[in-house]
Ligand binder design. Sequence first.
Ligand code: FAD
Length: 393
Amino acid sequence: MAEPQRIVIIGTGLAGASAAGALRERGYDGDLVLLGRETHQPYELPALSKDFLLGNADHPNPVHEAGFYESNRIDLRTGVEVTALRPADHVVVDSSGTTHPYDRLVLATGSTPRSLPGSGAHTLRVVEDAQAIRAALEQRPKVVIVGAGWIGCEVAAAARAHQADVTVIDPVDLPLRRVLGPTVAEVFRELHEDNGVHWRLGVGVEGFEPNGVRLADGSTVPADLVVLGVGAKPNTGLAEDAGLVIADGGVAVDAALRTSDPDIFAVGDIAAHDHPRYDGRVRVEHWANAKDQGAHVAGPVLGDDRPYTAAPYFFSDQYDLGMEYRGLADAERDELVVRGSLEDRDFTAFWLRDGRVRAAMNVNQWDDGEALQALVDERAAVSPERLRTGSLS
Ligand SMILES: Cc1cc2nc3c(=O)[nH]c(=O)nc-3n(C[C@H](O)[C@H](O)[C@H](O)COP(=O)(O)OP(=O)(O)OC[C@H]3O[C@@H](n4cnc5c(N)ncnc54)[C@H](O)[C@@H]3O)c2cc1C
C-alpha cells in the first residue's frame, strides 16, 4: 500500500482530533486536514454534564492545547459542514461546494442527541447546549429530565447542586437498568432519591405543554426547564449516502477500523467495530473509545493493520459517587457478584458469564483499577467467593 500524501479527517471531536495527533506522532509527514462543523477547537464532552453544568468550570477541556494544530501542521478547519463523500473520486465536498481530495479518509462524525419534535426541550451535546442549560439552572427552575440514562442522571445531579426541583421520567422501572441490571440500578435510584430527585419511573411521556410534561398515566409534571436524555443517533449519513456498509446502527469497520472502502476508516461513536474479542460488532459511545480508536487508527491508515482490541471503558460522576466500568456484559443475563457494600455505595460489581469475568464496575473504590482491567482483559475464571472477599491480583 503506497504511503498516503494527503489525509482528511471529518469531525473535530475527540476521535478526529486524537487521530490527527497520532498520525503526526507516528511520523506521517504529508498533508493533514481536519474538518469540522463546530466553530471551536476540538474539546472533550464529559465535563459538559459535570463540572461545566455544576459551575466549576467555564470551558470544556481541549483535546490538545492551543497551538498544537499549527505546530504539528494540522490544517484544522472549523465551521465547515461536510455535505458529501465521493469515494470513487477520493474527495469530500463541503457546504460551500469546495472539494477536499484525500488519499485516506477518517470519518469521526460522532452522534446527535435524539430529540422529541415540538417538545421545546433542551438536549446536551455541545458547549452551547451546556451553556444554555447552565444559565437556566442558575434560575433554580423546576426541572424535568426525560430519560434516566447516564446523561439524564448526571444532569439531575448538577441540577440538584443548583438546588433546583428535579423530576426524572423514564418508562423503565429503574435508572440505568439496561447497562447495570436491577440490583446495581437500584443503587442509583436511591442515590438520586437521597439527593432529593423525584422519580417518575415506569411511565412514558405523552406530550409537552407550555408549563409541563404530560405523562401516559394522565398526570402532568410542572416544568420551567425540560432536558432530554433519550440517547443519541450516530451521524452515519455521509457514509450511508456514499454507499459504505452500515451495521448495527453504525459504520461497519473491520478489526483494524477500516470501512468497506479500503481507503476510508471510521472511529469513535460511529464505528460499529468487528471487535476480535467479542462476538458480533461493538459500537459504544464512550470517551475512552473515541480517544483510543482515534489514536489507534493512525496505524492502519499508514499501512500497519494491527487490530484494535481494547475492552470498552467508561466513567461517570454523580454527587459524591464516582464510578468506572470496564468490559461489556449483559446485565440482565450475566451473573452479578458484589464485593463491598451496595448500601454504602462503596463496592465493585462483577458480571460473569460461564464463570468468567465479562465486566467490572468500581464505585467509589479506586485502588484496584489495574487488577480489574486484567480480570476483564483475560476474561479470568475466578470464583465468586474470591471476587467477593479475596485478592483480585
Ligand atoms: C454531555 C456528555 C457527557 C459525556 N460524558 C461521558 C463520560 O462521563 N464518560 C464517557 O465515557 N463518555 C462520556 N460521553 C461520551 C463521549 O464524550 C463520546 O462518546 C465521545 O466524545 C465521542 O467522540 P467522537 O469524536 O466520536 O464524537 P463527537 O465528539 O460527537 O465529535 C464528532 C464531531 O463531528 C462533527 N461532525 C459531524 N458531522 C459532520 C459533518 N457532516 N461535517 C462536519 N463536521 C461534522 C460534529 O459536529 C462533532 O464536532 C459524554 C458525552 C456527552 C455529550
